[in-house]
Design a protein around this ligand. Structure first.
Ligand SMILES: [Zn+2]
Length: 481
């Protein structure tokens, strides 16, 4: 099989978190009874007038600023004409030639989805424009229902440059985009609720060739994992056709997740002509520099900046920082705890290995977790101070996760404090030595590893509470003596 360069561009739709819809006062909520959140405007009745949602415009500009976009001072809405049951007025209000945000970029780096290191690079954004979502078609056996609750929900479309070169890069770009939207409070990006939807453009070309190969558009990708799989499937499928000397057709393909393959939806000849023209019922959007600067001041700390700070201030590895900034709530949790403890690296280890396991086992979110960052930081300081050892800390952690009690209270109530008093540990050390004469013999014959065996025996006798360093010291004194 010949080697081809993969060229990928993504079009991502993101629903904007607002109280009301884009051009009417209906509530923007998910999961309501079908067709209960509707009015003459979002149902497209004749003669109604749209009123723009300024919060949606502000959030789109914020999203653009977070992605390093230029914000033009003049922007407008256009009508995109098409006929389909999901759009009652037979056109969608969108933006065509003058979108709100232009020319941005998103940084990707770190470990990719396949576990390999990604190239450290920027993926260009062509534009972000604002439009209204369309209704949702629910296919019910032989009939279909239309739910207009979603029609008119504010929707951003983020169009990337064809800068991605692998499934891993596409996955990383989507992850970075989602994180930015979540950190900025623009959207929750819950793909299961359709808050983030993604189309992929993919083509292959021989290495060194300047012109792009034939572009295939992939639709119906409802998870990042599906994007990753579909891209790899297409790379294999297109390579095979090109190797066989076939010419690819420009077409739109769907993704069947169960079968793990793409299928033909339509060819280029069936493509729409949307007959865009300026929306006559809406004023153009004019933005002065002062307003854009005001928005810029409202920007939150972004995941990438947070990762850099975690590495510099708390001594984390880039990988730890990548894991801890996956979600804003988790990053804030860690940041809060790290400011309270003298061992922020140990805190990171506990969160990554114990807390995240606990959350995935219990199905809880970090915000609802009974273990507060204050309690976890306090527990780590107790380990550092020698008040409990690492083994007991596991017990304390489990109890914190079930009861939500502070670690000090748990240690006091359950009598878990570490025993560092020589007078209490010496009898246990002597008991272990007396009961294991063959091992004593092995030690004296030069097998130093036997010490670990004795440590285990003494820890067992102390029900895990003896200070391990003290146990080793006392054991050596007696075994060597
Ligand atoms: Zn409405």
């Amino acid at each position: 099989m010949a080697e081809y360069e993969v060229v990928i561009g993504l079009e991502v739709h993101v629903q904007i978190k607002t109280r009301s819809k884009m051009f009417c006062s209906c509530a923007n909520v998910f999961g309501a009874e079908p067709n209960t959140m509707v009015c003459p405007v979002c149902m497209g009745y004749p003669g109604v007038m749209p009123t723009p949602n300024h919060e949606a415009i502000r959030k789109t500009i914020m999203a653009g600023l977070m992605c390093d976009c230029d914000i033009p001072s003049y922007s407008k809405f256009d009508r995109k004409s098409y006929f389909y049951p999901d759009m009652p007025k037979n056109y969608q209000i969108s933006q065509y030639d003058l979108p709100l945000c232009l020319r941005g970029r998103i940084h990707i780096s770190g470990k990719g989805f396949s576990g390999e290191e990604l190239p450290d690079k920027y993926i260009g954004l062509t534009r972000i424009h604002l439009e209204e979502d369309v209704a949702k078609l629910n296919h019910l056996g032989r009939t279909s229902g239309v739910d207009f609750n979603r029609a008119g929900v504010p929707l951003m479309e983020c169009v990337s440059e064809p800068d991605m070169r692998s499934a891993d890069e596409a996955y990383a770009y989507l992850t970075a985009l989602k994180q930015i939207m979540q950190y900025g409070g623009i959207s929750d990006c819950d793909m299961e609720k359709g808050q983030m939807r993604c189309d992929v453009n993919i083509s292959l070309r021989p290495f060194g060739q300047k012109e792009f190969g034939t572009k295939i558009e992939l639709k119906n990708l409802n998870s990042f994992r599906a994007v990753h799989r579909a891209v790899n499937y297409e790379i294999a499928r297109q390579s095979e056709l090109l190797d066989a000397g076939e010419k690819l057709r420009q077409e739109t393909r769907g993704w069947n997740d169960d079968r793990g393959e793409t299928y033909l939806m339509r060819t280029k000849e069936q493509a729409h002509d949307y007959r865009y023209f300026p929306e006559p019922d809406l004023m153009p959007i004019t933005l002065d520099l002062k307003r854009v600067d005001e928005y810029r001041r409202q920007l939150p700390e972004l995941p990438e900046a947070m990762r850099r700070r975690f590495v510099a201030d708390y001594g984390l590895t880039p990988y730890d920082a990548q894991v801890l900034t996956m979600e804003k709530a988790l990053a804030e949790y860690y940041d809060c705890g790290a400011k309270l403890t003298k061992s922020p690296k140990t805190l990171a280890n506990w969160i990554i290995s114990d807390l995240l396991c606990e959350l995935s086992a219990s199905g809880q979110t970090i915000s609802a977790c009974p273990v507060t960052p204050e309690h976890l930081a306090a527990m780590i300081d107790m380990i550092d101070a020698g008040a409990i050892n690492n083994r007991i800390a596991k017990t304390v952690f489990a109890e914190m996760a079930s009861s939500g009690k502070p670690p000090r209270q748990i240690v006091a109530e359950k009598g878990l404090a570490q025993v560092s008093d020589e007078g209490a540990v010496i009898p246990l050390v002597e008991q272990a030595i007396a009961a294991n004469a063959p091992q004593v013999q092995q030690y004296r014959e030069g097998n130093e590893k036997v010490v670990q065996y004795f440590v285990g025996q003494v820890m067992k006798l102390s029900r895990g509470k003896a200070n391990p360093q003290l146990v080793i010291k006392l054991l050596k004194e007696r075994l060597d003596g």
